[in-house]
Design a binder for this molecule. Sequence first.
Ligand code: SF4
Ligand code: MG
Length: 339
Amino acid sequence: TAPLLQVSGLKVHFPLRPGLFGKPAAMVKAVDGVDFTVHHGETLGLVGESGCGKSTTGLAVLRMTPLTEGRIVFDGEDISHPDAATTKRLRRKMQMVYQDPFGALNPRMRVLDIIGEPLRVHRLTRTRTEYRARVMDLLDRVGLKAEMADRYPHEFSGGQRQRIGIARALAAEPSLIICDEPVSALDVSIQAQVINLLEDLQRDLGLTYLFVAHDLAVVRHLCHRIVVMYLGRVVEVADRERLYQAPRHPYTRALLGAIPIADPDPEIQARFNPSVDGEVPSPIDPPPGCPFHPRCPHATELCRREAPRPIDVEDGHSVACHLHDPSRATEMTHPEPSY
Ligand code: SF4
Ligand code: MG
């Protein structure tokens, strides 16, 4: 069947500040040519360090930021340039769970009306009784008690607030939920509970998630497939098993090397590079060629000159790195001499 979401050639560039004295404005290339698909009922992880464009990609999918280039198809419909009616429909069909459960909830609203807001906006219930019953059902789904409906957000813990945020996202009966680092503001002990809740809801309600995260540890238990981003581009796509067992891109290997492993198998450990040094370069003036070359231990003259194209190394596993492109083998095995 056709995927629920298909993103192709997505670019989101925006001016950093207006150009002065006739000079062109500096452009931030937050997303610079991204392709991925999300299938019905799966969880796709979108992973990378801050500044890699993963949140902007999420906002573009939600159609909350304009596209510079590319195409987004959702549920068979091209939503690249939605009209007002389409946008309104999307506001219901796609929901967001935010990173910050504290900032995302209106402190002056009772939980009843926070969770019920999508019901009112999209006119999904007809009577007050029906409305209240629906909110009670949502509270129950996320593991909160009915009597909590009449309380205010400040009376809840971080984990409970995130449950409230999830209940609100569910209220509109969306087909896609974009989770933007939904557990990174929570204590580690609470993180697992929220991840388990998201998994249970997916199983029971057939939900589809696009799950944004800054490291590979969180997505390991939740995501079926993972897209690794670096400086606005996709560097590797694979299903979970392959990504953790046979990562190919030097950046993915570095991210995995940065995950602390309690009892490291030296053989597995040896396959991973030590964690990369240096910072993510600015998306305002990204480096030419492969965007990862300033930090890559394998960079050659070719990498500095030419951006790698994604290569399928296995069914469903693609890597954008010259090292994995057989047609560039000669140029990669004869690195330029260092003087
Ligand atoms: Fe490193 Fe070159 Fe591969 Fe980029 S293309 S990740 S610089 S080896
Ligand atoms: Mg972010």
